[in-house]
Each structure stands twice: as structure tokens, then as C-alpha cells.
Design a protein around this ligand. Structure first.
Ligand code: PNS
Length: 162
């Protein structure tokens, strides 16, 4: 049985993330979406909100679980008894960081393999931070996030603008 961890901040989840999740569930027996709860950062959505959005938009995948983690990704991966870490690469600019992470994690735990997925071309420019910025200035984010997430972002931004 191959269990993969797909880690990230998911602040918020976008169609780019969903593309990776959709492809991962076809390959691995189980996919655990690891939501980083980083106490040194102030995300737009707290970790409960990010988990709730992810659970909603992945509810049709029977082999997906959404779990939060703190600390090192490799410790979380071992705790979940996962064999693989999945990450998406949008462009060459992502590569350096992802390679460093993959090699560091390999050094820390040689049994865990990192697999880098080439993001589908239509999402190669997409990031959560772009979506946040567009939403803040009331831009249309319909092509980038599911409707459920879109409503959550707009109402969060409305609060922020008050
Ligand atoms: O969505 P992001 O912000 O690109 O995800 C980055 C994430 C969460 C995968 C990365 O920051 C991470 O793994 N953080 C946990 C701390 C850790 O393990 N750091 C060492 C990585 S070599």
C-alpha cells in the first residue's frame, strides 16, 4: 500500500492544488493532505478554516484525508506511515526550493521518496497569494478556485476591508 502526503499551506486551496490532488488519488492508495499550522505566520484563513475548505472540495475522493501538522514535514510523514511526499512544480522558479526540500527530507529519512508533479499548464501561473490579492481588490477569482472557496474568500476580504 502506498500512502502519499501532499503538504502545503493551502491558504486557500486553488484549482492548482486540486489538479495535483486529483492526479495523486489515481496513483496512490491513500492521499493525506497535510495542512501546515505554522504558528509563526498569520495566514488569511486559520488552520480549521483551511481544513474545512479542503475537506469540502475533496469530499468526492474516498481515499483522501485532511490532517494538520506542526513542525517538520518528515516527522509528520513518518507519523502518518506514508512512503511518499507529493509536491507540484509550476515553473523552474519552484524547482530550486523543491529540490532542496526533497534532498533534505531524503537525508532525514531515506525511506520516504519525494515525487514532484508538473503542474498542468493551465495552472502554471496560479498561487494562493495571487488569489488572495485578486480577491482583496475585488477581482474575479472564479477561474482559480471552486465556488465554495470563492465565497469564503470574498466574505473574509469583506471583513478585512471593514
Ligand atoms: O504551500 P507551501 O507554503 O509551499 O508549503 C510549504 C511546506 C508546508 C511544504 C513547507 O514549508 C514545509 O514542509 N514546512 C514544514 C517544516 C519543514 O519540514 N521544513 C523543512 C523542509 S526541508
Amino acid at each position: 500500500m502506498i500512502t502519499a502526503v501532499y503538504p502545503g499551506s493551502f491558504d486557500p486551496v486553488t484549482y492548482g492544488h486540486l489538479d495535483i490532488i486529483q492526479r495523486s488519488v489515481e496513483i496512490f492508495d491513500k492521499v493525506i493532505i497535510g495542512v501546515l499550522n505554522n504558528q509563526t505566520k498569520t495566514p488569511l484563513f486559520d488552520f480549521e478554516e483551511r481544513v474545512e475548505m479542503l475537506q469540502t472540495v475533496t469530499q468526492d475522493f474516498p481515499n483522501v484525508e485532511v490532517v494538520t501538522f506542526q513542525g517538520l514535514l518528515i516527522d509528520f510523514t513518518k507519523k502518518m506511515h506514508a512512503n511518499v511526499i507529493v509536491r507540484g512544480i509550476r515553473a523552474v522558479s519552484d524547482f530550486e526550493y523543491e529540490l532542496m526540500m526533497a534532498q533534505t527530507n531524503k537525508q532525514l529519512c531515506p525511506e520516504v521518496e519525494t515525487m514532484l508533479f508538473a503542474t498542468s499548464a493551465e495552472y502554471s501561473f496560479l498561487s494562493s497569494s495571487t488569489v488572495r490579492e485578486l480577491a482583496y481588490f475585488q477581482g474575479d477569482i472564479t477561474p482559480f478556485v471552486p465556488d465554495y472557496v470563492k465565497e469564503k474568500i470574498y466574505s473574509k476580504m469583506k471583513e478585512k476591508r471593514k
